[in-house]
Design a protein around this ligand. Structure first.
Ligand SMILES: Cc1ncc(COP(=O)(O)O)c(C=O)c1O
Length: 387
């Protein structure tokens, strides 16, 4: 069965009510008929639900669907993308270990890697996203994991997953990939040799800007350690959010197709605009990693980014001039969103620090929604005229 069919048809067992859509199991805990059944569940001799911090039918349905889409052996869902990222580090790394990551990663992940992990004795080295052949030099005897995003947020660098996977295999490292931008219907890192994928389900998986969620999927032995860490530390996904996110997975493939068509159309129309210094979209031939994108992605995804010739002040003017696109701290919504990292998410960093993580002064990120592309283009063009 195709993974998309399998994901759409994977469902919580039907109750006596004979419902078609999955019911919502809003319960903190689950009952047992007798002491022996309860003992067996606590002894891990059965898979019975005990407590919703450990497992819940809605959460399990969401995880099973993600596993079908990613081709994963197992998974665990968390309350947000960041709790998925954090759990994958804390469950699998210990004091004295070394993490290899990229200088191009999401801002909160950057904070975790550079400020929080060192407090627990976990060292890190950043390597350049665009130059995988230089990564081997940074591997140390205590390196345990490679963590990367592809495409990266917000710079849209594409990293060759097969190349990194063969490096990880050679040095016996865990390859952990944030697959948030491409989504499981646009890219399958596990098939290309990764051991784990993490997602912010808050983005394209929800796709309508309603709830937070995260998920980790991959090798069963690694997921078991992540599950044991989460079961005791408590970043569980709520049943309600899981119910929302699971239903959203039924439409993810068709939604992503349309998001990608819109983003590609905008990228083509804006690429040579005089107020834009450069524009990146993975499926444009001008993208520096276009060849890799074609090899590992089904489409170019829903995000494009560009640099405004006028720098920081132009970025602010651009946001102020938009009439249709939303100014909001999210991406992956049915409604298009524009953001200017230098004056918002990364404003607290010095210019030097921003450049070190590839945030240039006039960088604009567009998350293409499901509106008509021409309407989006007209809005962006009139805003460009004013900056
Ligand atoms: C690539 C990437 N990873 C992780 C996260 C964190 O996800 P959440 O906001 O759901 O915690 C984000 C959020 O924007 C993201 O873009």
């Amino acid at each position: 069965m195709h993974p998309i069919t399998k994901a759409i048809r994977t469902q919580v067992p039907r109750t006596n009510e004979m419902e078609h859509s999955s019911p919502l199991f809003l319960t903190s805990s689950f009952c047992f008929d007798n002491a022996e059944d309860m003992r067996a569940a606590f002894a891990d001799e059965t898979d019975d639900n005990i407590y919703s911090r450990f497992s819940n039918p809605n959460v399990q349905e969401f995880v099973d669907r993600i596993c079908a889409l990613e081709g994963a052996e197992a998974g665990y869902a968390t309350a947000s993308g960041m709790s998925a990222v954090f759990a994958s580090f804390m469950a699998l790394l210990k004091s004295g270990d070394h993490l290899l990551s990229c200088n191009a990663i999401f801002g909160s992940t950057h904070t975790v890697v550079t400020k929080i992990l060192p407090k627990y004795g976990i060292e890190y080295t950043y390597v350049e996203a665009g130059n995988v052949s230089s990564w081997e030099k940074a591997i140390r005897p205590n390196t345990k994991m490679i963590y990367l995003e592809t495409p990266t947020n917000p710079g849209l660098d594409i990293i060759d997953l097969e190349e990194v996977a063969s490096l990880a295999r050679k040095h016996n490292l865990i390859l952990n990939v944030d697959n948030c931008f491409a989504t499981p219907v646009g890219q399958r890192p596990l098939e290309l040799g990764a051991d784990l994928v993490v997602h912010s389900a808050t983005k394209w998986i929800d796709g309508q800007g309603r709830v937070l969620g995260g998920v980790i999927a991959g090798r069963k032995d690694l997921i078991k350690d992540i599950y044991l860490f989460c079961r005791s530390t408590g970043p569980a996904l709520s049943a309600f959010n899981a119910w929302i996110l699971s239903k959203s997975l039924e439409t993810l493939d068709v939604r992503m197709e349309r998001h990608a068509i819109n983003a590609h159309q905008l990228a083509k129309a804006l690429e040579h605009h005089p107020k834009i210094t450069w524009l990146k979209y993975p499926f444009l031939a001008s993208h520096p990693h276009h060849r890799i994108a074609l090899k590992q992605m089904k489409n170019g995804g829903g995000i494009l980014c560009f640099e405004l010739a006028g720098g920081l002040e132009s970025g602010r003017k651009f946001l102020d001039s938009l009439q249709l696109l939303s100014l909001t701290a999210n991406l992956g919504d049915s409604r298009s969103i524009a953001s200017h990292p230098a004056s918002t998410t990364h404003a607290k960093l010095s210019e030097q620090e921003r450049l070190a993580v590839n945030i240039t002064p006039g960088l604009i990120r567009i998350s293409a929604g499901l509106e008509y592309a021409d309407d989006l283009l007209q809005d962006i063009l009139q805003a460009l005229e004013k900056c």
